[in-house]
Write a protein that binds this ligand. Structure first.
Ligand SMILES: NC(=O)C1=CN([C@@H]2O[C@H](COP(=O)(O)OP(=O)(O)OC[C@H]3O[C@@H](n4cnc5c(N)ncnc54)[C@H](O)[C@@H]3O)[C@@H](O)[C@H]2O)C=CC1
Ligand SMILES: N[C@@H](CC=O)C(=O)O
Length: 819
């Protein structure tokens, strides 16, 4: 014997009912079954609303009732042939006359007792069970309509009646023996000893199914609903959530208590007591095996045997704190008793062993009342300052990880807190029962989705996901997007890493999508933004989306964008930047960045700020961290200047070289930044700051190679047009060097906290003279690399190498997020 229960969403229309009939058809082939149904989707709510209207003397309750009647009549038309329909219509008329009479009474008396409310609600199941039993008969299944009021006896606690199991079980067994037809039983409703109608409370139809199954020692209960089963997390919030194939009763209870609305834990108790398996199935996907809930689930689950995550959102945290609570027996019992007397349900409790505070989570509608009750209960302790505060924290969410084999597995809570910490999610309170089946944390509800997603990823998925927000769509950014697109599959396969670009912005346009922007069609996905407000709007949206593992990638050369780093890092959004205007910006900005980094958990990587893709910042950092003493850093750190001097030797004209370097993506957006030495100076400023020197850009002297008349406020275009007039100046410089058996080189040196930068003639025999193309060369003279300096050499500019360096920084951060 199996009990099949169909919820309201599964039978919300005639089409869905036909689907259910098909499911029943298949089931009766193999087993003897009992069907339990809820009211058609939405009907119970409408009945309650209609009752309320009648109570308030609002005559429009009649229209609501007429709508309900029409809905059931229409379903009958769609399900039945003409003769069955006429017969069913008589039944419907009789039922609606009865409801009408009840409502008329409520309307006249302006009174709707719990007893009449139950009677009104009972019609939903009475109508649905009747129509479905008739529909089954029409399809050739011998079915009978069973009003559960004849079977299930309860006390007179209307609204949430208590079942008298002895009598109920006897009635159920007697009925099943007396009728061989397939029973279609009304869920949710029952009757008291005086034959008045009662209801079984929330999840009542599941309860009906469990009561029947318990009475008949059924082999299985199937709960048919509109979701594929119990899932590892709420799929509306966690896209990657998956159906749990098998879990234990205890796990299902914990998950249901903690917000997974598929089952109401109380309702399935009769089945649990008899160890009857419960199967959650999806009416819209009947072949899917769904979730089986049994006494002991064998499957291991995610990390630490965690089976699922759930959340209860919008709770209020009540904090009672004071040193006078320490060691005083009875505080907790008075607290809980006073709240219980006022009917306030406590969802979560936490008290540290210091006994200085107790935190409770309750529903928000009871928050002020709870505070007043607690303040009254402890008035004398508050007056004596033994209790210092009773405070409310509104807008909280409880997130729980659940698994009955979590018990005794070290590292589960460590991973939970580490995951939340890396994503900057603050935990306000924690609770774990001694059975170690559930760890609950209270977080701000704005962090709920982020917390759920990062915990889910960390416990259940071997893959982790990074959300990128890229500022700038020029030379470097477009190469970066191409590289990510080309390498995406390899990252999925080899690193289990999923990279999504969820935001793109430039000076004119923006695109945002939490599910990711197409890496092929990104240009067409960008829409114009309000001029001037792009970056603020963009950052605002990153915060609003609040996605886990978010990285802001700066591929602009904008001061405004760099100025946003401290606040991004402060919001726990990591930053990867090719833009030097943060690390080489004002000392105040640099210090703010460092301080935001120290205070938060976000990462900040900028390897491409010096030498593009070359490992210069990383090398310097490793030397420093491992205790080496940096004595001197010197070399060439401008790809553009290297390129100019290399190409001048081939006889190419200076002005043409600049145009070519710009087109090749070697120069800054304004090539005068390179030619003036400013870009070079910034790189040495960055290196100096890495060594702890509190320097400003103004402290660095450098030689400006931009011809004097072209330094003013002229556009890049105009600068390039006027440049040929100065070709001979640079040709002469080169000729002079050649005559001295030397080459031209723009060189920098940092020693004893002093930076020297300028154009020099370097002997043709010097290693610097071997540089070709955009090559940079930097040497570190240190305590360990004293005789033979450590040298890093290679291309120091260009879209591909720079984007590659940015990409590598992104992967370093994703590695930090990964488990
Ligand atoms: N070219 C190279 O070899 C290297 C470049 N870099 C740095 O990479 C950065 C990008 O360089 P490119 O791609 O060549 O520049 P680009 O001029 O091609 O692109 C800059 C992008 O930033 C956008 N942008 C500028 N201000 C903005 C703002 N306020 N808000 C939003 N978007 C803004 C522009 O619309 C454009 O899409 C620069 O900071 C540069 O110093 C770093 C290392 C090497
Ligand atoms: N324009 C720069 C690019 C790297 O920062 C250069 O030429 O070095």
């Amino acid at each position: 014997m199996k009990v099949l229960k169909f919820g309201g969403s599964s039978i919300a229309s005639s089409k869905r009912i036909k689907n259910v009939i098909q499911i029943i058809h298949n089931a009766v082939r193999n087993d003897k079954i009992i069907v339990v149904v809820s009211a058609f989707g939405g009907v119970t709510d409408l009945l309650i609303e209609t009752g309320l209207k009648a109570e308030q003397g609002d005559a429009s309750y009649r229209e609501s009732l007429a709508k309900l009647e029409e809905r059931h009549r229409q379903t009958a038309i769609e399900l039945f042939s003409e003769d069955v329909y006429q017969d069913a219509l008589l039944h419907l008329k009789k039922e609606f006359t009865e409801i009408n009479n009840v409502l008329q009474g409520v309307f006249l008396l302006h009174e709707r007792s719990a007893k009449s409310a139950d009677l009104i609600s009972s019609f939903g199941e009475r109508l649905s069970a009747y129509l479905i039993s008739r529909a089954l008969t029409c399809e050739g299944i011998d079915a009978s309509y069973v009003d559960a009021r004849k079977l299930i006896r309860t006390d007179r606690n209307y609204g949430h009646a208590c079942v008298s199991f002895e009598e109920t079980n006897a009635r159920i067994r007697a009925y099943i023996e007396s009728d061989s037809a397939l029973p279609v039983v009304t869920g949710f409703i029952a009757s008291a000893n005086d034959d008045t109608t009662t209801t079984l409370g929330r999840g009542g139809s599941d309860y009906t199914a469990a009561i029947l199954a318990g009475a008949l020692s059924a082999a299985e209960i199937q709960i048919w609903t509109d979701v594929p089963g119990l899932m590892s997390a709420d799929p509306r919030r966690v896209k990657e959530a998956y159906t749990l194939p098998i879990i234990s009763y205890a796990e299902a209870m914990e998950l249901s208590h903690a917000g997974a609305k598929v089952l109401h834990p109380y309702t399935v108790r009769p089945a649990v007591e008899q160890k009857i398996p419960l199967v959650i199935k999806n009416t819209f996907d009947p072949e899917n095996p769904g979730t089986t809930i049994v006494e002991k689930a064998v499957e291991e689950g995610g990390f630490g045997s965690v089976k699922g995550i759930s959340s209860v959102n919008d709770v209020v945290l009540v904090d009672i704190a004071g040193s006078g609570m320490v060691g005083v027996p009875g505080i907790a019992s008075r607290l809980f008793a006073s709240l219980a007397q006022a009917g306030i349900n406590i969802i979560f409790i936490s008290q540290a062993s210091s006994e200085q505070s107790i935190s409770l989570a309750i529903n928000p509608d009871k928050a002020e009342k709870a505070k007043a009750i607690v303040e009254k209960e402890f008035a004398s302790e508050i007056a004596a300052r033994q209790i210092e505060r009773v405070s409310l924290r509104m807008g909280m969410a409880i997130i729980s990880i659940v698994g009955d084999k979590m018990c005794g597995k070290p590292g589960v809570s460590a991973r939970l807190f580490e995951t939340l910490g890396k994503n900057g999610v603050n935990v306000f309170a924690v609770a774990q029962g001694a059975n170690e089946m559930n760890i609950s944390v209270v977080v701000d509800s704005v962090e709920e989705d982020k917390a759920l997603n990062c915990i889910h990823e960390s416990f259940f998925l071997s893959r982790n996901k990074i959300h990128l927000f890229v500022a700038g769509t020029g030379t470097i950014a477009s190469s970066l997007i191409r590289q990510i697109a080309a390498h995406r599959d390899t990252l999925r396969k080899e690193l289990n890493l999923e990279i999504e670009i969820c935001g793109l912005v430039n000076t004119r346009k923006m695109a945002l999508s939490k599910d990711g922007i197409s890496l092929e069609m990104w240009e067409s996905e960008m829409q114009p933004h309000e001029a001037g407000s792009g970056i603020e709007q963009f950052i605002d949206n990153i915060r609003k989306l609040n996605l886990h593992n978010s990285i802001f990638v700066d591929c602009t050369a904008s001061q405004v964008v760099a100025a946003a780093y401290p606040s991004l890092l402060g919001s726990n959004i990591s930053v990867v930047t090719a833009n030097k205007l943060g690390t080489a910006g004002s000392l105040a900005l640099y210090q703010k960045i460092c301080s935001a980094l120290r205070q938060g958990r976000a990462k900040f990587l900028y390897e491409t700020n010096v030498g593009a893709g070359l490992p210069i910042i990383g090398t310097l950092s490793d030397l420093k961290k491992s205790g080496d003493v940096i004595e001197k850093i010197e070399g060439v750190v401008s790809g553009t200047l290297s390129y100019i001097f290399t190409m001048l030797k081939t006889g190419m004209r200076f002005s043409e070289i600049i145009v070519e370097a710009k087109e090749a993506g070697y120069t800054e957006p304004d090539p005068r930044e390179d030619l003036s030495g400013a870009d070079f100076a910034r790189k040495f400023l960055i290196l100096a700051r890495e060594l702890g020197h509190k320097m400003n850009f103004e402290d660095i002297e450098f030689e400006n190679l931009v011809p004097e008349p072209l330094r003013g406020d002229i556009s890049v275009q105009e600068f390039l047009e006027k440049l040929p007039a100065y070709d001979s100046y640079f040709e002469n410089l080169l000729a002079e060097a050649k005559a001295n058996h030397a080459v031209l080189s723009y060189l920098g040196r940092l020693e004893n906290g002093v930076v020297k930068i300028g154009l020099s003639q370097v002997p043709e025999t010097s290693p610097i003279a071997t540089l070709t193309g955009t090559e940079n060369m930097i040497s570190f003279t240190t305590g360990r690399y004293h005789q033979n300096p450590l040298i890093v050499k290679g291309p120091g500019a260009g879209a591909e190498v720079t984007a590659g360096g940015v990409f590598a920084d992104i992967l370093r951060i994703s590695n930090y997020f990964a488990y």
